[in-house]
Design a protein around this ligand. Structure first.
Ligand SMILES: [Fe+2]
Length: 388
């Protein structure tokens, strides 16, 4: 039976190799603030776009970002450009850079409106801020340089503060969805293996979590299953061949990341993101690495626990449908495929980022199930976390 569902807004999207060239069609008035990742700022395609804009008389400012978006970074950059006539923001980079650009488009707009250069983004963050995030931002274009978070199609920016009082919270409002997402896989050809694998495993996790979610619908299923198949196969082939500059693989991974943003906005996520978010607030572990190290283990535990639970059969049949597209058999085959991907990606381990047994046990006590169709016993979660 076709059940109820709501269809949310997605931004205008330009997808495909060479689509970066369309950026000038979408720029608003005034000075343009380019928020760039360090590596992508040297990409010949990006350098040439900036140069051609300057040649046509556009006034351009740039902010180079490294690491995940923190409160202090966003406050510092938005204060620096306060009163400078910034008319629109363009983010080009990984998920962290895109989230930073999104937050800057919000903060520059509201600092100017309130004439308050000291206004902090922390005031608007869910769960820690004193105010509800207000509507409105500067015109915003987002251009991912990795195929991971799908931030280019979501209405929130994840902002963190690392340390004893650390948090990882969202700046969220329907109006924060960008005006345009330009997804150009040819920008990803230089991305190193580790970042490629971690980003792709984040996207694959988001696709799978929203596909099995209790909030999934006929609409999300129809988008997510083919994207899970193509993303899994493209990553597997890329890791086997080492062909980082293969545009066909890059295009499939970009499409998967794009669809994963739509999937999580409509159907939500489950355990892996319930844990990887809080992990990022404890130590500087890249989000994609945390997801990559958890996805196979969490799904193995869900397959083991599914049999006796009300939504268990539905979860197992969805895992079988995933397995079929990957050319393996049944839920166990799908889990083994994920284990192989993790092994081939050769990422650093969770302990390499400084996690202690105590911190990992504490994480197992969190309410991290979110929209999972299957409950994993707490003892089993603790075992998984200690094995990372
Ligand atoms: Fe994610």
């Amino acid at each position: 039976m076709t059940g109820q569902f709501s269809l949310l807004q997605v931004p205008k999207v330009e997808f495909g190799a060479g689509s970066l060239k369309k950026l000038s069609l979408y720029l608003g008035e005034g000075r343009v603030l380019f928020v760039l990742g360090r590596t992508i700022s040297r990409n010949p395609g990006v350098v040439s776009i900036l140069k051609s804009l300057e040649e046509t008389g556009r006034s351009i400012e740039t902010a180079i970002i490294s690491g995940e978006p923190g409160v202090s970074v966003i406050d510092e950059i938005s204060s620096r450009f306060y009163g400078q006539g910034i008319g629109c923001v363009v983010g080009i980079g990984g998920g962290s850079v895109l989230d930073t650009a999104k937050a800057l488009s919000v903060m520059l707009h509201h600092k100017e409106r309130r004439e308050d250069p000291a206004l902090s983004v922390k005031a608007f963050l869910e769960g820690v801020g004193s105010e509800t995030a207000p509507p409105g931002r500067l015109p915003l274009a987002l251009i991912p340089s990795t195929a991971g978070t799908g931030s280019e199609t979501t209405k929130n920016a994840v902002i963190s503060q690392v340390g004893p009082d650390g948090f990882k919270k969202s700046l969220r409002h329907d109006t924060y969805l960008p005006d345009v997402a330009i997804i150009d896989p040819s920008l990803h050809l230089d991305l190193p293996l580790e970042q490629t694998a971690a980003s792709a495993l984040d996207a694959l996790t988001q696709l799978m979590e929203s596909y099995v979610s209790v909030k999934s619908t006929i609409f999300t299923d129809s988008l997510l299953l083919p994207a899970i198949h193509s993303t899994g196969k493209a990553l597997d082939a890329l890791l086997d061949t080492g062909e980082l500059d293969n545009l066909a693989f890059r295009s499939d991974l970009s499409y998967g990341a794009f669809i994963s943003g739509i999937g999580l906005a409509h159907a939500g996520l489950t355990y892996v993101h319930g844990l990887s978010g809080p992990m990022g607030a404890v130590h500087h572990i890249p989000h994609g690495v945390a997801c990559a190290l958890l996805i196979a283990k969490i799904n193995r535990a869900m397959v083991e626990s599914a049999g006796s639970q009300p939504e268990g059969q539905r979860y197992l049949s969805k895992m079988s449908a995933i397995a079929q597209g990957w050319g393996v058999r049944g839920p166990q085959g799908a889990v083994r495929f994920l284990e192989e991907l993790e092994k081939k990606a050769r990422l650093k381990r969770v302990r390499d980022y400084g996690f202690t047994d105590e911190q990992l046990i504490e994480l197992s006590h969190l309410n991290c199930k979110r929209n999972s169709p299957v409950t994993i016993p707490r003892g089993r979660l603790e075992e998984i976390l200690l094995s990372l």
